[in-house]
Design a protein around this ligand. Structure first.
Ligand code: FES
Length: 266
């Protein structure tokens, strides 16, 4: 028998903000009834602030509680603040979710992401229309794309295929995607380890040196062994910034992380 917190039960039995907003400024729809869970959220936005939010869902108690919690968490928040909310925050707000139900918090996170993308004109507000953004579909039983699986692994520090299934439902049907999930897990963990080494080297060796001259550096993104960086402070205006990036930053990272690493300006 799964343990549910009092807060989760309260949000299940008394869900907040249920319904729809007919003149919503943004809508985010994820999941499908055929797969067992679906969630649609509606946002009313004024001057960059979410002034009203409603949801409709088809799912279990945890899905209802997660959606209800999400609406309470984002009401009155700016778009930037709402963007920072992850599935972990939803689960924490509810006092935790059973591992097998973590996918309900991921569904809320995804619905918010889809709604905000549609508001910013980067999508149509319907996840299944936008899935090409998230790469190939890995689990056909539940229509789970590679991008969502990777995002869940990174955000929640997932370490097993079983955890991936708990968080995304991928692998929870016929099982024919399990080998793919294993591969994605290995590759993503490798990328995470690489990025952590880069961060550690920047924190402990590179940043202190740059700061001596009033400079700094920020990681923009890491793609494979390509590290995109931005010099800041005095370094950003220095005429030899490209030289600093290549001759000092790249050389240090190659020495500490990987010989094949390449630093590019982000
Ligand atoms: S394809 Fe993933 S469980 Fe069936």
């Amino acid at each position: 028998m799964w343990e549910y917190s009092e807060k989760l039960k309260d949000h299940f039995f008394n869900p907040r903000n249920v319904g729809r907003i007919d003149d919503a400024d943004a809508v985010g729809e994820v999941g499908s009834i055929a797969c067992g869970d679906a969630l649609k959220i509606y946002l009313k936005i004024r001057d960059g602030v979410i002034v009203d939010v409603k949801f409709e869902t088809f799912g279990c108690g945890s899905a209802i509680a997660s959606a209800s919690a999400l609406t309470e968490m984002i009401k009155g928040k700016t778009i930037e603040e709402a963007r920072k909310i992850t599935n972990k925050d939803i689960a924490e707000y509810l006092g935790g979710l059973p591992p097998q139900k973590m996918h309900c918090s991921v569904m809320g996170w995804e619905a918010l992401d889809v709604a905000l993308k549609s508001y910013e004109g980067k999508g149509k507000g319907v996840e299944h229309v936008e899935k090409e953004d998230e790469g190939r579909i890995v689990c056909h039983c539940f229509g789970v794309p590679e991008g969502l699986i990777k995002k869940a692994i990174v955000e929640n520090d997932l370490k097993s295929v079983e955890e991936i299934t708990n968080y995304t439902k991928a692998g929870g049907g016929c099982g024919s995607c399990l080998m793919d999930l294993e591969e994605i897990l290995k590759e993503t963990r490798r990328e995470m380890e690489f990025e952590n080494k880069v961060k550690k080297c920047i924190e402990s060796e590179i940043r202190p040196m740059l700061m001596r001259d009033g400079g700094d550096v920020e990681i923009v993104k890491v793609e494979g062994e390509k590290v995109y960086l931005k010099l800041k402070g005095m370094c950003a205006h220095c005429p030899s910034s490209t030289y600093t990036l290549k001759a000092f930053v790249e050389a240090k990272l190659k020495e500490s992380v990987s010989e094949n690493l390449e630093v590019l300006e982000g």
